[in-house]
Design a binder for this molecule. Structure first.
Ligand SMILES: [Zn+2]
Length: 314
Protein backbone atom coordinates (compact mmCIF):
# COMPACT_ATOMS: atom_id res chain seq x y z
CA UNK A 1 0.00 0.00 0.00
CA UNK A 2 2.90 2.33 -0.50
CA UNK A 3 1.34 3.81 -3.64
CA UNK A 4 0.11 6.61 -1.38
CA UNK A 5 3.63 7.71 -0.50
CA UNK A 6 5.13 6.89 -3.89
CA UNK A 7 2.50 8.22 -6.25
CA UNK A 8 -0.31 10.11 -4.52
CA UNK A 9 1.73 12.30 -2.20
CA UNK A 10 4.15 13.61 -4.88
CA UNK A 11 1.13 14.24 -7.12
CA UNK A 12 -0.61 16.26 -4.41
CA UNK A 13 2.61 18.16 -3.71
CA UNK A 14 3.00 19.19 -7.36
CA UNK A 15 -0.67 20.18 -7.47
CA UNK A 16 -0.58 22.40 -4.42
CA UNK A 17 3.04 23.46 -4.47
CA UNK A 18 5.65 22.62 -1.91
CA UNK A 19 5.01 24.56 1.29
CA UNK A 20 8.75 24.47 2.00
CA UNK A 21 9.40 26.74 -0.97
CA UNK A 22 8.23 29.77 0.99
CA UNK A 23 11.34 31.97 1.19
CA UNK A 24 12.77 31.96 4.68
CA UNK A 25 14.96 35.01 4.21
CA UNK A 26 12.34 37.72 4.41
CA UNK A 27 14.04 39.17 7.47
CA UNK A 28 17.72 39.96 7.73
CA UNK A 29 19.60 40.39 10.96
CA UNK A 30 21.80 43.48 11.01
CA UNK A 31 25.37 42.42 11.81
CA UNK A 32 25.93 45.68 13.73
CA UNK A 33 22.82 46.22 15.89
CA UNK A 34 21.28 42.73 15.55
CA UNK A 35 17.88 44.22 14.73
CA UNK A 36 15.75 42.28 12.24
CA UNK A 37 15.12 44.28 9.05
CA UNK A 38 12.43 43.36 6.52
CA UNK A 39 13.98 42.54 3.12
CA UNK A 40 11.90 45.12 1.24
CA UNK A 41 12.88 47.87 3.67
CA UNK A 42 16.49 46.80 3.32
CA UNK A 43 16.31 46.95 -0.48
CA UNK A 44 14.59 50.32 -0.38
CA UNK A 45 17.36 51.62 1.91
CA UNK A 46 20.06 50.36 -0.53
CA UNK A 47 21.11 47.73 2.00
CA UNK A 48 21.74 50.18 4.79
CA UNK A 49 20.30 49.21 8.18
CA UNK A 50 17.13 51.21 8.80
CA UNK A 51 17.83 51.09 12.54
CA UNK A 52 21.54 51.88 12.98
CA UNK A 53 22.76 52.94 9.52
CA UNK A 54 25.19 50.02 9.15
CA UNK A 55 26.21 49.63 5.50
CA UNK A 56 25.76 46.00 4.41
CA UNK A 57 28.28 44.60 1.94
CA UNK A 58 26.71 44.50 -1.51
CA UNK A 59 27.62 42.81 -4.79
CA UNK A 60 29.19 44.42 -7.84
CA UNK A 61 26.02 44.32 -9.94
CA UNK A 62 24.00 45.93 -7.18
CA UNK A 63 26.69 48.58 -6.80
CA UNK A 64 26.49 49.46 -10.48
CA UNK A 65 22.70 49.54 -10.28
CA UNK A 66 22.82 51.95 -7.33
CA UNK A 67 25.35 54.19 -9.10
CA UNK A 68 24.27 54.42 -12.72
CA UNK A 69 21.06 55.72 -14.23
CA UNK A 70 19.02 52.90 -15.81
CA UNK A 71 20.42 51.56 -19.09
CA UNK A 72 24.08 51.10 -18.11
CA UNK A 73 26.06 48.52 -20.02
CA UNK A 74 28.57 45.99 -18.84
CA UNK A 75 31.59 45.45 -21.06
CA UNK A 76 33.13 42.13 -21.91
CA UNK A 77 36.60 41.76 -20.37
CA UNK A 78 39.59 40.11 -22.03
CA UNK A 79 40.32 36.61 -20.80
CA UNK A 80 43.20 36.31 -18.36
CA UNK A 81 45.28 33.12 -17.95
CA UNK A 82 43.12 31.07 -15.59
CA UNK A 83 45.71 29.32 -13.43
CA UNK A 84 49.21 30.45 -14.44
CA UNK A 85 51.05 28.57 -11.70
CA UNK A 86 48.85 25.43 -11.64
CA UNK A 87 48.50 26.14 -7.95
CA UNK A 88 47.09 23.67 -5.53
CA UNK A 89 46.50 23.74 -1.76
CA UNK A 90 43.81 21.45 -0.35
CA UNK A 91 42.12 21.90 -3.71
CA UNK A 92 43.16 23.02 -7.18
CA UNK A 93 42.98 26.78 -7.72
CA UNK A 94 41.38 26.08 -11.12
CA UNK A 95 38.52 24.27 -9.35
CA UNK A 96 38.06 27.06 -6.81
CA UNK A 97 37.94 29.57 -9.63
CA UNK A 98 35.35 27.58 -11.57
CA UNK A 99 33.22 27.20 -8.45
CA UNK A 100 33.29 30.95 -7.81
CA UNK A 101 32.42 31.66 -11.44
CA UNK A 102 29.39 29.37 -11.27
CA UNK A 103 28.25 30.65 -7.88
CA UNK A 104 28.61 34.38 -8.59
CA UNK A 105 27.89 34.28 -12.33
CA UNK A 106 30.84 36.35 -13.47
CA UNK A 107 34.35 35.61 -14.81
CA UNK A 108 36.34 37.28 -12.06
CA UNK A 109 36.04 39.64 -9.11
CA UNK A 110 35.52 42.92 -11.00
CA UNK A 111 32.72 44.13 -13.28
CA UNK A 112 33.25 47.06 -15.64
CA UNK A 113 30.40 49.10 -17.06
CA UNK A 114 29.67 52.44 -18.66
CA UNK A 115 26.63 54.65 -18.51
CA UNK A 116 25.49 57.89 -16.94
CA UNK A 117 25.39 59.04 -13.32
CA UNK A 118 22.58 61.59 -13.02
CA UNK A 119 23.10 62.33 -16.69
CA UNK A 120 26.90 62.53 -16.59
CA UNK A 121 28.90 59.94 -18.46
CA UNK A 122 31.18 57.66 -16.45
CA UNK A 123 33.02 54.37 -16.57
CA UNK A 124 32.74 52.33 -13.37
CA UNK A 125 34.56 49.27 -12.14
CA UNK A 126 33.11 47.46 -9.13
CA UNK A 127 34.69 44.74 -7.01
CA UNK A 128 32.65 41.71 -5.98
CA UNK A 129 33.85 40.69 -2.53
CA UNK A 130 31.93 37.42 -2.67
CA UNK A 131 34.19 36.32 -5.54
CA UNK A 132 37.20 34.86 -3.67
CA UNK A 133 37.30 37.82 -1.30
CA UNK A 134 37.59 40.31 -4.15
CA UNK A 135 41.21 39.24 -4.46
CA UNK A 136 43.33 40.76 -7.22
CA UNK A 137 44.80 38.35 -9.74
CA UNK A 138 45.45 38.70 -13.46
CA UNK A 139 41.68 38.82 -14.19
CA UNK A 140 41.14 41.78 -11.88
CA UNK A 141 44.21 43.53 -13.29
CA UNK A 142 42.81 43.03 -16.77
CA UNK A 143 39.48 44.53 -15.66
CA UNK A 144 41.07 47.67 -14.22
CA UNK A 145 43.22 48.13 -17.34
CA UNK A 146 40.12 47.71 -19.55
CA UNK A 147 38.15 50.19 -17.45
CA UNK A 148 40.97 52.76 -17.68
CA UNK A 149 41.26 52.28 -21.46
CA UNK A 150 37.51 52.65 -21.89
CA UNK A 151 37.48 55.84 -19.82
CA UNK A 152 40.24 57.34 -21.99
CA UNK A 153 38.48 56.21 -25.17
CA UNK A 154 35.17 57.72 -24.09
CA UNK A 155 36.76 60.77 -22.44
CA UNK A 156 34.79 59.87 -19.34
CA UNK A 157 35.85 59.83 -15.68
CA UNK A 158 36.78 56.53 -14.08
CA UNK A 159 35.12 55.51 -10.82
CA UNK A 160 36.33 52.38 -9.04
CA UNK A 161 34.45 50.81 -6.11
CA UNK A 162 36.90 48.64 -4.21
CA UNK A 163 36.19 45.71 -1.88
CA UNK A 164 39.10 43.35 -1.62
CA UNK A 165 41.15 41.18 0.68
CA UNK A 166 44.25 41.99 -1.37
CA UNK A 167 46.39 40.03 -3.81
CA UNK A 168 45.20 36.58 -4.91
CA UNK A 169 47.82 34.38 -3.33
CA UNK A 170 47.07 31.46 -5.64
CA UNK A 171 48.58 33.50 -8.47
CA UNK A 172 51.77 34.31 -6.58
CA UNK A 173 53.99 36.87 -8.28
CA UNK A 174 51.49 37.25 -11.13
CA UNK A 175 49.01 38.76 -8.67
CA UNK A 176 51.68 41.12 -7.31
CA UNK A 177 52.42 42.30 -10.86
CA UNK A 178 48.85 43.61 -11.00
CA UNK A 179 49.80 46.30 -8.49
CA UNK A 180 52.12 48.31 -10.80
CA UNK A 181 49.92 47.35 -13.74
CA UNK A 182 46.77 48.89 -12.25
CA UNK A 183 48.73 51.94 -11.10
CA UNK A 184 49.95 52.54 -14.67
CA UNK A 185 46.42 52.00 -15.98
CA UNK A 186 44.87 54.59 -13.68
CA UNK A 187 47.76 56.95 -14.43
CA UNK A 188 46.72 56.77 -18.07
CA UNK A 189 43.35 58.20 -17.05
CA UNK A 190 45.00 61.05 -15.17
CA UNK A 191 47.36 61.83 -18.05
CA UNK A 192 44.34 62.14 -20.33
CA UNK A 193 43.10 64.86 -17.96
CA UNK A 194 40.20 62.77 -16.76
CA UNK A 195 39.07 62.40 -13.13
CA UNK A 196 39.85 59.15 -11.34
CA UNK A 197 37.62 58.66 -8.31
CA UNK A 198 38.01 55.82 -5.82
CA UNK A 199 35.18 54.71 -3.55
CA UNK A 200 36.56 52.43 -0.83
CA UNK A 201 33.94 50.06 0.52
CA UNK A 202 34.06 47.51 3.30
CA UNK A 203 36.63 45.92 3.32
CA UNK A 204 39.54 47.22 1.22
CA UNK A 205 42.88 45.80 2.28
CA UNK A 206 46.22 44.38 1.12
CA UNK A 207 47.53 44.76 -2.41
CA UNK A 208 44.53 46.75 -3.62
CA UNK A 209 45.02 49.39 -0.90
CA UNK A 210 48.74 49.31 -1.63
CA UNK A 211 48.25 50.11 -5.32
CA UNK A 212 45.70 52.06 -7.37
CA UNK A 213 43.04 52.26 -4.63
CA UNK A 214 44.91 55.00 -2.78
CA UNK A 215 45.74 57.05 -5.88
CA UNK A 216 42.35 58.57 -6.72
CA UNK A 217 42.08 62.26 -7.43
CA UNK A 218 39.29 62.06 -4.89
CA UNK A 219 39.20 59.38 -2.20
CA UNK A 220 35.74 58.53 -0.93
CA UNK A 221 34.69 55.80 1.49
CA UNK A 222 31.43 54.39 2.77
CA UNK A 223 30.70 54.85 6.49
CA UNK A 224 32.31 52.26 8.73
CA UNK A 225 34.35 50.68 5.92
CA UNK A 226 37.47 48.80 6.99
CA UNK A 227 40.40 50.18 5.01
CA UNK A 228 43.99 49.19 5.60
CA UNK A 229 46.99 47.26 4.38
CA UNK A 230 47.81 44.65 7.04
CA UNK A 231 45.24 43.42 9.55
CA UNK A 232 44.98 45.20 12.91
CA UNK A 233 46.12 42.11 14.83
CA UNK A 234 49.30 41.76 12.75
CA UNK A 235 50.13 45.44 13.33
CA UNK A 236 49.46 45.13 17.08
CA UNK A 237 51.79 42.17 17.30
CA UNK A 238 54.49 43.96 15.29
CA UNK A 239 54.47 47.32 17.08
CA UNK A 240 53.46 45.77 20.44
CA UNK A 241 51.02 48.54 21.12
CA UNK A 242 47.27 48.70 21.55
CA UNK A 243 45.76 50.36 18.49
CA UNK A 244 43.36 53.29 18.95
CA UNK A 245 39.57 52.90 18.80
CA UNK A 246 38.19 52.82 15.27
CA UNK A 247 41.64 52.25 13.74
CA UNK A 248 41.44 51.47 9.99
CA UNK A 249 37.81 52.58 9.81
CA UNK A 250 36.67 55.15 7.24
CA UNK A 251 35.89 57.86 9.83
CA UNK A 252 39.31 57.50 11.49
CA UNK A 253 41.06 57.75 8.12
CA UNK A 254 39.03 60.83 7.21
CA UNK A 255 40.05 62.48 10.48
CA UNK A 256 43.71 61.68 9.73
CA UNK A 257 43.71 63.00 6.18
CA UNK A 258 43.81 59.73 4.21
CA UNK A 259 40.32 60.26 2.79
CA UNK A 260 38.57 63.26 1.28
CA UNK A 261 35.06 62.30 2.23
CA UNK A 262 32.91 59.63 3.84
CA UNK A 263 29.64 59.40 1.95
CA UNK A 264 26.50 57.46 2.86
CA UNK A 265 25.32 55.00 0.22
CA UNK A 266 22.07 56.89 -0.26
CA UNK A 267 24.02 60.03 -1.19
CA UNK A 268 26.73 58.36 -3.27
CA UNK A 269 25.16 58.74 -6.70
CA UNK A 270 24.41 62.45 -6.22
CA UNK A 271 27.88 63.06 -4.75
CA UNK A 272 29.61 61.34 -7.66
CA UNK A 273 27.51 63.27 -10.18
CA UNK A 274 28.34 66.53 -8.43
CA UNK A 275 32.08 65.73 -8.33
CA UNK A 276 32.16 64.68 -11.97
CA UNK A 277 30.34 67.90 -12.82
CA UNK A 278 32.82 70.00 -10.84
CA UNK A 279 35.84 68.29 -12.36
CA UNK A 280 34.62 68.06 -15.94
CA UNK A 281 32.78 71.33 -16.50
CA UNK A 282 34.02 73.83 -13.91
CA UNK A 283 33.32 76.66 -16.36
CA UNK A 284 29.62 76.04 -15.87
CA UNK A 285 29.88 76.90 -12.18
CA UNK A 286 28.68 80.36 -11.20
CA UNK A 287 31.97 81.13 -9.44
CA UNK A 288 34.30 78.88 -11.45
CA UNK A 289 37.28 80.10 -13.49
CA UNK A 290 34.82 81.45 -16.04
CA UNK A 291 36.99 84.42 -17.04
CA UNK A 292 39.83 82.27 -18.37
CA UNK A 293 37.91 79.25 -19.59
CA UNK A 294 36.59 79.11 -23.15
CA UNK A 295 32.86 79.48 -23.65
CA UNK A 296 31.04 76.23 -22.82
CA UNK A 297 29.62 76.07 -26.32
CA UNK A 298 33.12 75.74 -27.77
CA UNK A 299 33.83 72.64 -25.71
CA UNK A 300 32.68 69.16 -26.65
CA UNK A 301 29.60 68.46 -24.59
CA UNK A 302 30.80 66.04 -21.90
CA UNK A 303 27.28 64.84 -21.22
CA UNK A 304 26.52 63.98 -24.83
CA UNK A 305 25.51 60.35 -25.43
CA UNK A 306 28.32 57.99 -26.37
CA UNK A 307 28.93 58.16 -30.12
CA UNK A 308 28.92 54.79 -31.83
CA UNK A 309 32.61 55.10 -32.72
CA UNK A 310 33.55 55.47 -29.05
CA UNK A 311 31.60 52.42 -27.98
CA UNK A 312 33.77 49.82 -26.22
CA UNK A 313 35.08 46.82 -28.11
CA UNK A 314 32.64 43.96 -27.69
ZN1 LIG B 1 21.67 47.87 12.34
Amino acid sequence: MNWISEWALPKIKTLFGNPREVPDNLWHKCPACEQMVFHRDLERALHVCTNCGHHWRIGARQRLDYTFDPGWQRIELPKAPADPLRFRDQRRYGDRLKEAQTKIGQEDAVLVAHGTVEGRRAVCAAFEFAFMGGSMGAGVGEAIVSAARLAVLQEAPLVVFTASGGARMQEGAVSLMQMPRTVIATRMVKEAGLPFIVVLTDPTTGGVTASFAMLGDIQIAEPGALIGFAGARVIEQTVREKLPEGFQRAEYLLEHGILDMVVKRGEMRATLARLIGLLRTPELLPEGPAATAPAPAALPAPEAPVPAAAAPPA
